[in-house]
Write a protein that binds this ligand. Structure first.
Ligand SMILES: NC(=O)c1ccc[n+]([C@@H]2O[C@H](COP(=O)([O-])OP(=O)(O)OC[C@H]3O[C@@H](n4cnc5c(N)ncnc54)[C@H](OP(=O)(O)O)[C@@H]3O)[C@@H](O)[C@H]2O)c1
Length: 340
């Protein structure tokens, strides 16, 4: 196997000069994706070259790929995608490190997120976007964690400031964010109710939910129970209806990224923010942030068993379009992973 020169980077293991990657030259449905052979990326001074063992996909990947809502094009390219390879979350083995990298070494098993495209055999990642995979955790399980896990953690711990003994309602409890949120809310000491479809009731119970509500038979907003915290990753019910089941000083986090073709959820986010000024209830839409510190917290929770991601479906790299089609349905159970 040929080796490549990696300027600014130290590589201990021979790496190929070319790799397979998913690429798209225009925005669109997953059909715009094709598997191509491209040049191996080069790690910059503060970057790491990771051989991808697994990448996971989430609804945000499908927004970036379709360019919808159109607002995302401001960040990712107005007419065509600036980033040719989709995918953010990944786990794998470090194959080369840039000259200024001290936090990881060649051969380390790592997981994290990249803006350079994870749906490929190799990806470059900033060193502060990675954390070590705890011993014994399979690479595809670690790949399932970054964005969904950080979103659930930041929503419950930072935005809601969930306290032990508080009641929490999680909609979309069986999905990527929800399945982490149920487990993290339990770890923080919450009494958790999860909303999902009938086929997922047993799964959400196994995640640790104290109460499970099947949305196909029960409308949770018509019940008499009030919650201190609501993480609403679906927004199937109007804001006013959700507020009726929120305690007078409770926190409601509207978290669905879905919405109109142009600005997506932005209109709802602005409405919730404005309304917040006129009520003691806290209405707090938020955007999750990639933070290495939170990745380390999630690594500890993985190691202790406080969170156990469910990888429901695994796809080969050549079939990654099907993985993106699946997350776009809004009915994913746990996480979907792509393995090169
Ligand atoms: N704020 C942020 O920065 C941020 C970050 C990440 C994600 N998000 C957003 O969070 C949302 C959820 O993401 P995700 O990765 O968890 O999506 P996902 O994996 O597709 O999960 C969605 C879940 O919602 C459930 N569901 C569908 N209709 C429902 C209903 N009427 N009531 C209750 N549950 C319902 C589905 O379960 P069934 O199959 O049982 O219906 C599915 O398990 C997305 O809109 C995403 O854009 C926001």
């Amino acid at each position: 196997m040929a080796t490549t020169a990696l300027p600014h980077a130290a590589a201990a293991t021979p790496t190929p000069q070319r790799m397979r990657a998913l690429v798209h030259e225009r925005y669109g449905l997953p059909d715009v994706l094709r598997l191509a052979t491209v040049a191996l990326p080069t790690a910059g001074r503060r970057e790491v070259l990771v051989e991808v063992g697994a990448a996971s996909v989430h609804p945000g990947d499908s927004f970036v790929m379709t360019g919808r809502p159109r607002l995302v094009r401001l960040a990712f390219g107005l007419r065509r995608p600036r980033r040719r390879t989709p995918g953010m979350d990944l786990a794998g083995v470090v194959r080369a490190v840039g000259a200024d990298v001290t936090s990881v070494r060649v051969g380390d098993r790592v997981f994290g997120w990249t803006t350079a495209g994870a749906l490929a055999e190799f990806a470059t990642v900033r060193d502060d976007h990675l954390a070590p995979i705890p011993a014994g955790v399979p690479v595809d399980v670690a790949a399932a964690v970054p964005t969904s896990g950080m979103t659930a953690l930041q929503a419950l711990r930072d935005v809601a400031q969930l306290q032990s003994g508080q009641t929490v309602l999680i909609t979309g409890a069986s999905g990527g964010v929800g399945s982490f949120a149920v487990q993290i809310a339990k770890a923080l000491g919450g009494e958790v109710a999860g909303v999902c479809s009938g086929r997922n009731v047993e799964f959400v119970r196994q995640l640790g939910a104290d109460h499970v509500i099947d949305y196909e038979t029960t409308n949770v907003t018509r019940g008499s129970t009030r919650f201190d915290v609501i993480l609403d990753s679906v927004e199937a019910q109007p804001l006013a209806a959700m507020r009726r089941i929120l305690t007078p000083r409770g926190t409601l986090i509207p978290n669905s990224g879905r919405g109109g073709a142009w600005i997506g959820p932005l209109g709802r986010i602005v409405r919730a923010r404005l309304l917040s000024a006129f009520t003691r209830q806290r209405l707090r839409p938020f955007t999750s942030l990639g933070r290495r510190g939170d990745l380390l917290v999630l690594a500890e929770m993985l190691a202790s068993g406080e969170i156990t991601p469910l990888v429901d479906r695994r796809y080969a790299l050549a079939d990654a379009a099907d993985a993106l089609r699946q997350v776009a349905t809004g009915h994913t159970r746990g996480k979907v992973v792509v393995t090169p």
